[in-house]
Design a protein around this ligand. Structure first.
Ligand code: ADP
Length: 153
């Protein structure tokens, strides 16, 4: 079974990496798909984000890293994947994620969204929080992979 894990990953955090590692244990293949979103102004380019993910996932043999634009379900269909992988941190995530899961199912009925509950130590962690701390000169090495901490510095 192939799972697509879509997101902005601007940048990848230890919370994302935890979901990726656990997903790789559950599915035959996981595709991390970086969304090219013209409505957002990211800190890192898509190419930089792909490189950041590649650098910290060398140990995962059943992982592929890619980028996409347009509808997530179109990408999922083109890749012949059966599962959309997403992470859940807090209750506020749930409302948005459930709406997305229902929307995606209405567009592509055969798709199943699988949610992985965040590991406890990463439940507060988001890319925006990391960027805010880094901007204010705080330490982020306990929140992101080593290579990303260097990029943020
Ligand atoms: P998006 O813009 O699609 O929300 P993100 O990169 O912010 O992209 O998140 C991608 C996915 O990873 C989402 O399902 C999000 O809930 C999940 N995620 C983000 N941070 C964590 C974390 N610390 N623990 C578990 N899941 C997370």
């Amino acid at each position: 079974m192939i799972a697509v894990y879509p997101g902005s990953f601007d940048p990848i955090t230890l919370g994302h990496l935890d979901v990726i590692e656990r997903g790789c244990r559950l599915f035959e293949q996981v595709i991390v798909a970086v969304l090219i979103n013209p409505l957002k102004t990211p800190l890192f380019t898509v190419q930089q984000r792909i490189e950041q993910i590649r650098c910290c996932t060398q140990h995962l043999t059943n992982l592929e890293i890619d980028s996409f634009d347009g509808l997530t379900v179109t990408y999922v269909k083109n890749r012949q994947a059966q599962v959309l992988l997403r992470g859940l941190r807090v209750l506020s995530d749930f409302e948005y994620e459930l709406q997305m899961a229902h929307t995606n199912k209405s567009l592509l009925p055969q798709i199943e969204t699988v949610f992985l509950a965040t590991s406890n130590e990463y439940s507060f962690l988001s890319s925006s929080l990391v960027k805010e701390i880094a901007k204010l000169g705080g330490p982020v090495s306990h929140l992101v992979p080593k290579n990303v901490a260097l990029d943020l510095e």
